[in-house]
Design a binder for this molecule. Structure first.
Ligand code: KQY
Length: 389
């Protein structure tokens, strides 16, 4: 199958390419704004997830069940895994005939479980309408540099989510993943050159063209470019492992003080760029530093548990894991953040509680998700509450 066929858009209704979310009055809200729910997908592939994906499934179930204490969750699951997933997920309670909380299990084909990257990036219009951007997905770099092939099921996920929600779909030809983008909901996007200005995503598209597309599809006016992402990040350097907005004008940055650590230079460069930038409203950026976790490495047992069927996914014992505390999800009333069982967990909790004084900080052991190549933000996709502005 050709790369073009692999990446073909599914036959689900969408707006004409000329109609962008911005033109239709939509924008992507900030993650701290009210949410209607959260989407995830069930881990299954044994070349990503060790031991037949069983430990990862337990971690995903714990994450989904935790988020479901705050808002509804939809878990996308293959036909083969449907009963196994449903057994581990809290269905929630019926309230006046409506499923208000809990995890809804929906059968859908996927190639893996990275809903941040493959799911719709939801947008709202202030008139009560919900829409979503369906980015072109190429497995983080296409046939030569991507992570797995085929990826056609993953590329179809966003369209199917929007169909389920009866939300307006905006297909965008930019190759990107949701984890490569963070917004403040007030017109500013942060992203990395390492992912978006990369011939393995968008050959031939320059910075200005990419900025235009991000502005048109996220309803934004200003793009702040960071350079590299966290070293060893298999995505090439997603911003959601490096930095995120925690309030308008405030960015939390994964920081490293140790000059011998490769993240030292990355974090210093990112901080310099942020401090030199202005957001879409003309504000300077305040940078808050989040220490990186105590360095974490793949163990022999963990490496041995992964099926060695995909050369791009063969990891070796001793490989550094791209762990970061900024890979958290904001939900209604809480922040769900990764814990790694190391002393820096307590420091991370204290920083998050200071930055989000009105939310519960829930830290979940997330090493199993990390072993797959991402963390809590990478495997979740928030759906904003569509409301009248
Ligand atoms: O967003 C991510 N971190 C995706 C990583 C994909 C890894 C596949 N094993």
């Amino acid at each position: 199958m050709s790369a073009a066929a692999l990446a073909a858009a599914p036959a689900v209704p969408c707006d004409a390419p000329a109609i962008t979310p911005r033109a239709a009055g939509f924008h992507m809200p900030a993650e701290w704004e009210p949410q209607a729910g959260c989407w995830m997908a069930w881990p299954e592939r044994t070349d990503t997830w060790r031991e037949g994906a069983k430990p990862a499934q337990a971690a995903f179930a714990a994450l989904a069940n935790t988020i479901a204490r705050y808002q509804p969750v939809t878990m996308l699951v293959s036909q083969r895994q449907w009963a196994n997933a449903a057994r581990q997920l809290d269905a929630g309670q019926l309230d006046a005939g409506q499923l208000r909380t809990g995890v809804r299990v929906v059968e859908m084909s996927t190639d893996d479980a990275w809903l941040r990257d493959t799911g719709a990036t939801f947008v709202i219009d202030g008139q009560g309408a919900l829409g979503g951007v369906d980015w072109r997905f190429n497995s983080w770099g296409g046939l030569d540099e991507g992570i797995y092939a085929p990826w056609d099921a993953d590329d179809a996920v966003a369209a199917k989510m929007l169909e389920l929600e009866r939300a307006r779909r905006f297909r965008c030809d930019l190759v990107t993943e949701g984890g490569a983008l963070h917004v403040d909901g007030e017109g500013t996007v942060i992203t990395t050159e390492a992912c978006l200005i990369n011939p393995n995503r968008n050959p031939g598209l320059g910075r200005a063209a990419i900025e235009r597309l991000l502005g048109d599809y996220l309803g934004a006016e200003r793009v702040i470019w960071l350079g590299q992402g966290v070293p060893d990040d298999i995505t090439g350097g997603h911003v959601d492992n490096l930095a995120c907005f925690v309030a308008p004008g405030v960015v939390l940055l994964a920081w490293c003080d140790d000059p011998a650590d490769p993240h030292h230079a990355v974090s210093r460069e990112a901080e310099a760029r942020l401090l030199a930038a202005r957001d879409a409203r003309g504000r300077p950026i305040r940078v808050e530093r989040m220490p990186m976790p105590t360095p974490l490495y793949l163990t022999v047992e963990e490496a041995d548990g992964i099926d060695r069927t995909n050369p791009r996914l063969i990891a070796s014992a001793g490989d550094r894991l791209a762990a970061s505390y900024v890979n958290f999800l904001i939900v209604n009333g809480a922040v769900i953040a990764p814990a790694f069982g190391v002393p820096t967990d307590d420091v991370a909790r204290a920083i998050l509680q200071r930055l989000f004084p009105d939310r519960a900080i829930v830290m979940l052991p997330s090493r199993e998700i990390l072993l797959g190549g991402g963390n809590i933000h990478c495997v979740t996709q928030q759906q904003p509450a569509a409301r009248r502005g």
